[in-house]
Ligand binder design. Structure first.
Ligand SMILES: C[S@@+](CC[C@H](N)C(=O)[O-])C[C@H]1O[C@@H](n2cnc3c(N)ncnc32)[C@H](O)[C@@H]1O
Length: 378
């Protein structure tokens, strides 16, 4: 597994901090490779036969599987360890970020002194409640918290910890989601040469930068709600020599003009929003697209069609990692939501995007994982 790229904005770890962080990432890999599978064996050999004996049938859905599995000591141990490593991931990176913060703040100013891109923040901006009422993925302070003027701490924390959380599966620059969606756009729409591209929910630009690299003549925009993550995104992009326009905006209602973009995308944001937000974000995507433009919102695998046990494991994050909307989104009829947003049925499709480099380890055991993507053509 290649190491994370040590770009200039990524906090520098001491030897002991690196050892501690690598230790937690290794435990996560160990859980995924050597422990998670034991849940399946337990289910097949013990839980399911016992349920069938008691009820005269197999569990019908993930809720019934959860009812049985959460009472099992083996699953309790696995789940507690998963939760513990998630907490310790943030805990171990915070030490590095706190120590490095004055240096990072100074570097961010220096790196953005003569920028190729821009950063536009909105004083008094209110993030939607679905992002603020708890800390998604247990990130202390969530995506939105800022410690004040010039703060880059939330972005620095997210950058390193997300590499650990995804166990390096998204590559040295954590950009495989972006690269995968670009590959999909190019194969689905080989004749498109976008002049303006919008990435909604860009966080620190992991998936945004590859769009500029793939379409160097295009203007690329990234929006998110968090001041600190956006400030870090801007500094990181400039450090990497990539000019992107970042701004603090709600994807449900942006300040871009009608028809401004050729392509509007998001990578793995929709399952962290809310039932009313989903059609609003699709409608806003449609509003800012030109006639003939393309919308692509890629997210985690649908739960419908999964075997009840797989759906139960896939939902671990919903119950244990502050992703409460995750299960609901993955059950929603998102083509119907696209129609509510103003697209006609013929303009919409639910595609499946493979990762450009397949994930070697996932925290649930799904081979050949593909990411459903709502594609809308205006
Ligand atoms: C899982 S992260 C996405 C990561 C990023 N797209 C990537 O591929 O690296 C979800 C992001 O979406 C943002 N987000 C969620 N809802 C949003 C909204 N309504 N407007 C803007 N950003 C939003 C969150 O603040 C968070 O930064």
């Amino acid at each position: 597994m290649p190491s994370q790229i040590q770009h200039d904005m990524l906090p520098t770890r001491t030897h002991d901090e690196a050892a501690r962080q690598d230790y937690y990432m290794d435990i996560r890999r160990h859980l995924a490779l050597n422990v998670a599978g034991g849940n399946r064996t337990l289910y097949s050999n013990v839980v399911r036969p016992a349920f069938a004996k008691a009820h005269g049938r197999d569990p019908l859905d993930r809720g019934e599987v959860r009812g049985e599995m959460t009472a099992q000591p083996y699953y309790q141990m696995y789940s507690a360890m998963q939760r513990h490593t998630q907490e310790m991931t943030w805990d171990s990176v915070i030490d590095t970020v706190e120590r490095e913060l004055p240096t990072l703040t100074a570097k961010a100013k220096q790196k953005t002194a003569a920028p190729k891109g821009t950063l536009t923040l909105t004083p008094g901006f209110q993030a939607p409640r679905y992002l603020t009422f708890y800390d998604i993925h247990l990130q202390p302070g969530g995506y939105h918290t800022t410690l004040g003027k010039d703060d880059v701490s939330a972005g620095a924390l997210y950058d390193r910890a997300t590499y650990m959380y995804t166990m390096g599966n998204l590559g040295p620059k954590t950009d495989y989601f972006g690269l995968s969606l670009i590959a999909h756009l190019k194969s689905r729409f080989p004749n498109i040469t976008p002049k303006r591209i919008l990435d909604m929910g860009c966080t620190i630009g992991h998936s945004t930068l590859p769009w500029k690299e793939a379409f160097p003549d295009a203007e690329v925009y990234g929006i998110d709600v968090g001041e600190s993550v956006l400030r870090y995104a801007h500094a990181r992009a400039e450090t990497m020599g990539v000019g992107v326009h970042f701004s603090q905006q709600n994807a449900e209602q942006t300040n871009f003009a009608d028809g401004f973009f050729d392509v509007v995308v998001s990578h793995i944001i929709m399952h962290e929003t809310s039932t009313p937000a989903v059609p609003r974000i699709f409608a806003e995507s449609r509003r800012v697209l030109r006639e003939g433009g393309v919308m692509m919102h890629m997210d985690n695998p649908r739960l419908a069609g999964m075997a009840p046990f797989d759906a139960f494991l896939a939902e671990w994050e919903v119950y244990n990692n502050n992703e409460r909307f995750g299960g609901t989104y993955r059950d929603m009829d998102i083509v119907a939501e696209g129609i509510k947003a103003g697209f006609s049925k013929g303009q919409l499709s639910l595609d499946h995007v493979s990762l450009v480099v397949p994930a070697r380890i996932m925290n649930y055991q799904t081979k050949g994982i593909q990411f459903p993507c709502l594609v809308g053509e205006k």
